[in-house]
Design a protein around this ligand. Structure first.
Ligand SMILES: *Cc1c(COP(=O)(O)O)cnc(C)c1O
Length: 219
């Protein structure tokens, strides 16, 4: 099947409240354009340099999401255009995003990444660190960012029960925090689910899925 066919097929199965991020990392611009021409307007990349190059080359009505781990010293390269940063996992990084957003006269939406997997290698905050950030004075003063939700990645395993447990855990944290409604924190998004586990993620409450290989083919 073509990229356009893959995309439309997946889109037709998603509930209305679930947003599709087409993860185009490592893929060439003609591949992205095929998805664009089929109607896709949200693309996810995991390297800032690559995302910036694609942003420059492609139509300007695209929303660019940074889904990878972000190094503080590279935030400036996406400050002018990034629409959502999924993997925010420290107050230091938040402070830098706030600084770059201010420089560009923007408010940048962010998701806080929560560590839900068993693997140590995956990035993310635990619940205590999350609460520390959200209740800190420093955070309150960051006027150029908005936390709009949480992001998580499940363990890489075939064990559906374990994945389900991890997604459910993220949903639970989200539900607990949702009432917290401040100027720069209004939670409405749970980013969880990739090609292999997005159906399960949606069953567990995901509102944003990040799908790459099932649309663009293997990498
Ligand atoms: C690559 C990537 C995806 C997409 O993975 P697929 O298995 O190709 O769908 C989703 N989220 C993150 C954070 C990624 O790095």
């Amino acid at each position: 099947m073509s990229i356009a066919q893959n995309l439309l097929k997946i889109k037709s199965t998603l509930p209305e409240n679930v947003t599709l991020v087409a993860v185009s990392k490592t893929k060439p611009i003609p591949d992205l354009m095929e998805a664009y021409d089929a109607g896709q307007r949200i693309f996810g990349e995991n390297k800032i340099q690559e995302m910036a190059e694609k942003w420059e080359a492609m139509p300007k009505d695209i929303e660019w999401h940074m889904i990878g781990h972000v190094q503080t010293n590279k935030v400036k390269f996406m400050g002018p255009f990034v629409n959502l940063i999924h993997g925010v996992d420290s107050s230091k990084l938040l402070a830098e995003i706030n600084k770059q957003a201010k420089k560009n006269n923007r408010i940048i939406d962010c998701l806080l990444q929560i560590h839900i997997a068993e693997e140590e290698t995956k990035f993310g905050l635990d619940e205590m660190e999350l609460n520390e950030i959200l209740t800190s004075k420093a955070f309150e003063e960051m006027k150029n960012i908005r936390i709009v939700g949480l992001m998580g990645m499940a363990t890489f395993t075939d064990n559906q029960n374990q994945i389900k447990k991890e997604f459910t855990h993220l949903k639970l944290i989200f539900d607990k925090l949702k009432p917290l409604n401040t100027n720069n924190c209004q939670l409405n998004t749970i980013s969880m689910g990739m090609s292999g586990d997005y159906k399960l993620a949606i069953e567990c409450g995901s509102t944003m899925v990040r799908i790459g290989s099932s649309i663009f083919g293997g990498r």
